[in-house]
Design a protein around this ligand. Sequence first.
Ligand SMILES: [Zn+2]
Ligand SMILES: [Zn+2]
Length: 165
Amino acid sequence: MPRAENADEEVRPAPERRRRPTADDRMLTFHSRLRERGLKSTGQRDDIARVFFELRRHISAEELYAEVKKVNPHVGYATIYRTLKLLKECDLLFERHFDEGQARYEVAGEHHHDHFICDRCGKIIEFENDDLERMQRAIAQKMGVLLTHHKMELYGLCADCRTRQ
Ligand SMILES: [Zn+2]
Ligand SMILES: [Zn+2]
């Protein structure tokens, strides 16, 4: 089942959501990976990481900044940016570049999925398709290449924008 996501809309079925690690789990992982790197957790870093883990996915740095400000008004944009970089280095974040848009960040370690992006409203819908995955592996095999990862992005008008046309 596809998961529509823009504002606060989320249609993933509940049982699947419950199996996902909580923000607390991810904070523990974050702290242990910081320790591995000889880094300490700081109050600001923690506030940013927690908001990121708790929030909806595919968030831009500016959106995250606005959300973190509600929790900790002292956090500066540079700290947001550095923390996003750190989360990426800790393999806790995926950076996405959809079309020419600004970078968007989502929590890593979720099930593999691809994206549909609405050209009009910017809604991002996640999908998984076994046939598509199989076909990509078959293409790679035919070319004799070793596939490490892929990005599949579909663009167009979402169902809402279509009906509004
Ligand atoms: Zn749309
Ligand atoms: Zn995604």
